[in-house]
Design a binder for this molecule. Structure first.
Ligand SMILES: Nc1ncnc2c1ncn2[C@@H]1O[C@H](COP(=O)(O)OP(=O)(O)OP(=O)(O)O)[C@@H](O)[C@H]1O
Length: 346
């Protein structure tokens, strides 16, 4: 697709080496389109954070990328594979092109420095030529962007609420006008009302500033509300991907269905909360076939034998082309034997 900003192709990530390795990410294909909010959901341990760390090459050891590519499409430039960038290019990519807000980020502000210092340090690290007055003006502007009044610039982190600290982190992430913002459970530690305020503001900023967002959470109801598209992960694989409204209205994978029924929705028709029986798979002893089959109410014999291919079911395609790099954001994909797909060779 020409409007892709990030294309993950065949990504595989292991923890550990050799026989002891566990496969945390398996053959993940995922496209982030320009200007969209892509939500990534799945229970704890499904591989969401590993995917985020992997695609930015920030995997802590013993994490190893064992295959695949992550193509970044700069504005007007040729795509570059993040996994093959040299150190200098990677450093620039990480802040200037992509910014990341990780779990518990609000606790990573330095307690002994004022907010102004922490914001201007980020700006200075990437543009040492600017004046300190210009940097301070930019810091003020960033706080304003995330809804904090400029008189908080001289505060220390402990003088701000959790929600404000998280907003500061988001402001810091936006400091260099990145094209892609990755957020891993950025608001989980906050109460529901503050979470929603922050996310609403982020979506509004995305429209104004034109960046794309990968938003990771286990709370699917949040994603339904704030994302354009949603990818569902299970046991290190993407098992379904669809526009939020389609996924909410008509989840195809029984796991997506179970996840949707595990969280109360704020809007729309009420669903009965049933949850999903059983627990997520242990990566050291993954079930054969579809990893979800032991918990699946619709499991058939085939499900315990063959891994279903992720693809566009024939009745859900908007185009004749369903190959991975020709899909439209409106296409939906699923990996489930209830919805067999034509193997398109990708
Ligand atoms: N350092 C590590 N060594 C071995 N296995 C790991 C390591 N870090 C993560 N894993 C395993 O990789 C799998 C994916 O973990 P990951 O943190 O990416 O999942 P997640 O979906 O982000 O979960 P959460 O929502 O709890 O953060 C898990 O099964 C986890 O046990």
């Amino acid at each position: 697709m020409t409007d892709a900003v990030l294309e993950i192709r065949g990504l595989n990530v292991d923890y550990g080496l050799g026989e002891d390795a566990v496969h945390a990410i398996r053959d993940v294909d995922l496209t982030l389109h320009r200007g969209e909010v892509l939500g990534l959901a799945g229970e704890s341990g499904s591989g969401k954070s590993t995917l985020a760390y992997g695609l930015t090459r920030l995997l802590p050891p013993p994490g190893v990328i064992t295959g695949g590519e992550v193509l970044y499409h700069p504005d007007g430039g040729d795509p570059v594979d993040v996994l093959r960038m040299d150190h200098a290019a990677l450093r620039r990519f990480r802040w200037a092109e992509t910014a990341i807000v990780f779990q518990g980020a609000m606790n990573s502000l330095n307690p002994v420095h004022r907010i102004s210092t922490q914001l201007t340090d980020v700006i200075k690290a990437h543009d040492p030529r600017g004046t300190s007055a210009a940097r301070l003006a930019r810091a003020r502007e960033l706080l304003h962007l995330v809804g904090i009044s400029a008189d908080r610039l001289e505060s220390y982190p402990h003088q701000l609420s959790g929600g404000m600290r998280q907003r500061v982190m988001i402001g810091m992430a936006l400091a260099l006008e990145p094209k892609v913002v990755i957020m891993d459970e950025p608001t989980t530690a906050l109460d529901v009302v503050v979470q929603r305020q922050i996310l609403r503001q982020l979506v509004e900023l995305r429209e104004r500033l034109g960046f794309s967002v990968v938003f990771i959470t286990h709370d699917l109801s949040l994603l339904v509300e704030f994302s354009d598209r949603i990818a569902i992960m299970y046991g290190g694989r993407i098992v379904e991907e669809a526009a939020s409204a389609d996924l909410y209205r008509d989840p195809l994978h029984p796991y997506s269905h179970g996840l949707l029924n595990s969280f109360p929705a704020l809007r729309g028709p009420k669903r009965e909360l049933t949850g999903i029986p059983g627990s997520p798979p242990d990566l050291r002893g993954m079930p054969s076939g579809c990893a979800f089959h032991p918990r699946c109410p619709h499991a058939m014999e085939r499900c315990g034998v063959e891994v279903p291919v992720l693809g566009v079911p024939p009745d859900k395609s908007t185009t004749a082309h369903v190959a991975v790099d020709q899909r439209s954001p409106a296409d939906r994909t699923v990996a489930c034997w209830l919805h067999p797909v034509h193997d398109d060779g990708f």
